[in-house]
Ligand binder design. Structure first.
Ligand code: FAD
Ligand code: NAP
Length: 468
């Protein structure tokens, strides 16, 4: 149907009496909550239902942000206020694509906003990537943060050398968790199973491997500074990786300049290996692309073979790495692949870009269907898996603004909303009151151990507590 026909058809529904628009948001992470915040603030009348796959809200704030960064998690207080509004409802334990289809949601709401994030990890696509002790950053993060699907991850920290592939902030989170003295982690909301395993860790030397150079690292200054200040940990750089860096630093854009200056300063500080047995080492190395994982007869990791790279291109931050004929092997018994996340196409009605996000124009997904809710996307599902909470907030506000414009100008049909949706659900739903019970239970369990909370790590237990 052409766009004129769509407009005419939608005008036919305009004769319906004025009703309150019903908005469905799929995914209770930052993008979902920030969008709900904006919509409820800027529309006089709106009913917002937030559907979430897990029985608990907050997405990567709960399951991504590192346990030793409690201040970052304070945004939860803002989100809680949003959820406590009369016209906002949280419905947990409902997965789009599993418990409900996009088509059903678009039938029962006036607008559907997808904010279900990026739930898979990118892979390298090299030999032996499925070997033992090669762990996706996403699973490791989920494991120490209590994500139910990762609670049984096998993490073997019995070797002395490990490597993290990738040099983003997730890579630095993982490094910090592995290198921080246990006493510091004990007072965070890190899971008990992670603490037990970390207590037995024999890791002494941790490589942080980047395919490009020091001028292209993806981590940021605050996170590096934190790493450099860790007790009982030394960061040892390779001097040759920094050839020519000091010459260009003055002309770099400001955040990159400050970050590079910090690396150069650290490079010129004490770079010797100590005799002190308690000291652990982070060893960032550059210009190395993993080529294959080396495994023994039991398929266990013994090392990683790298191709040595050189950089081409004029603009420093956009320089690309090209392989040389040189290779290097790093022996290690554990590797973390930390090269980014990827969104999942959970419903066959969704269009996905080749790089794994939902194409959109300021949040609008261009597939208008007659008598079906308009479709929008925000957060990592619409932008790709980059950006801190602040970026996600900016994007969610921008998309919600577009939705407000549309909802004010479109005619609204009398849709059934969640009352209709729940008729086709075969799963127990956890509402906000249910989450509050889980929250209280976790906080009480944490208090007994001097932690802010002890997370429940199974969906079954969450549902049980929510229903008491
Ligand atoms: P998410 O936070 O992933 O939320 C998506 C939600 O959708 C989740 O609750 C998920 O369970 C739900 N969902 C998934 N599939 C479905 C489905 N099929 N049906 C229904 N619901 C579904 N930023 C900072 O500013 N500071 C930090 O310290 C920081 N630490 C980070 C640490 C890690 C490991 C990672 C990966 C990111 C970190 N970030 C940090 C970035 C920040 O987490 C993101 O910017 C933000 O979470 C993206 O929000 P989102 O709502 O798009 O996605
Ligand atoms: P990221 O910032 O995109 O970093 C990915 C890293 O993987 C980069 O070093 C990248 O190198 C490398 N990489 C990608 N493909 C590769 C390949 N095929 N081979 C080798 N290396 C490869 O991703 P992230 O660390 O997952 O973080 C995601 C977002 O969350 C970021 O915006 C981050 O800032 C945010 N975050 C923030 C915090 C915080 O604020 N404390 C904590 C965690 C995450 P190239 O640059 O060469 O591509």
């Amino acid at each position: 149907m052409n766009s004129n026909a769509i407009k005419m058809a939608s005008r036919m529904f305009c004769s319906a009496p004025k009703v309150i628009p019903r908005v469905c948001i799929v995914g209770a992470g930052p993008a979902g909550f920030y969008a709900a915040m904006h919509l409820s603030k800027h529309l006089d009348n709106v009913n917002i239902d937030i559907l979430e796959k897990l029985p608990v809200p907050f997405g990567l704030i709960r399951y991504g942000v590192a346990p030793d960064h409690p201040e970052v998690k304070n945004v939860i207080n803002q989100f809680t206020k949003v959820a406590q509004q009369n016209n906002v409802n949280f419905y947990g334990n409902i997965a789009l694509g599993q418990d409900i289809t996009l088509s059903q949601l678009r039938q029962h709401y006036d607008a559907v906003l997808l904010t279900y994030g990026a739930e898979e990890d990118r892979i390298l696509g090299i030999d032996n990537e499925d070997g033992e002790n090669i762990i996706a950053a996403r699973n490791f993060v989920g494991w120490y943060n209590g994500l139910p699907s990762d609670k049984d991850l096998k993490v073997d920290l019995s070797g002395s050398t490990a490597a993290i592939l990738g040099q983003g902030n997730v890579a630095l989170d993982i490094a910090r968790i592995l290198l921080t003295p246990l006493d510091k982690l004990k007072t965070t909301d890190i899971t008990e199973h992670a603490l037990e395993t970390l207590a037995e860790s024999k890791i002494k030397e941790l490589y942080l491997v980047g395919r490009r150079g020091p001028l292209q690292v993806a981590f940021t200054i605050k996170e590096l500074r934190e790493q450099l200040k860790l007790d009982n940990c030394k960061t040892i750089w390779r001097k040759e990786d920094f050839a020519g860096v000091a010459d260009v630093v003055a002309n770099l854009p400001r955040p990159r300049k400050r970050l590079t200056e910090l690396m150069l300063k650290a490079l010129n500080e004490n770079q010797t290996v100590d005799n002190n047995n308690n000291v652990k080492y982070l060893k960032p190395i550059f210009f190395r692309s993993p080529e294959k994982f080396l495994l023994n007869d039991q398929k266990k990791l013994t090392g990683i073979q790298f191709v040595c790279n050189e950089l081409v291109g004029d603009k420093i931050e956009e320089q690309k790495c090209v392989p040389t004929s040189e290779k290097e092997i790093i022996e290690c018994s554990l590797a973390f692949r930390s090269i980014g996340y990827k969104s999942v196409k959970v419903d066959s009605d969704l269009t996905f870009s080749a790089s794994g996000y939902v194409p959109n124009n300021r949040g609008r997904v261009d597939d208008q269907l007659v008598n079906k809710a308009k479709l929008y996307v925000a957060g990592w599902l619409g932008t790709g898996p980059v950006g801190v909470i602040l970026h996600t907030m900016g994007n969610a506000f921008q998309v919600a603004k577009v939705m407000c414009e549309d909802l004010k100008s479109d005619c609204i049909a009398n849709k059934g909303g969640f009352e209709e949706v729940k008729k086709s659900l075969n799963t127990p739903v956890v509402d906000w009151k249910g989450w509050e019970k889980i929250d209280q239970y976790e906080t009480e369990q944490g208090k007994k151990k001097g932690k802010p909370r002890e997370k429940i790590c199974t969906v079954e237990k969450m549902i049980e507590i929510a229903n008491i």
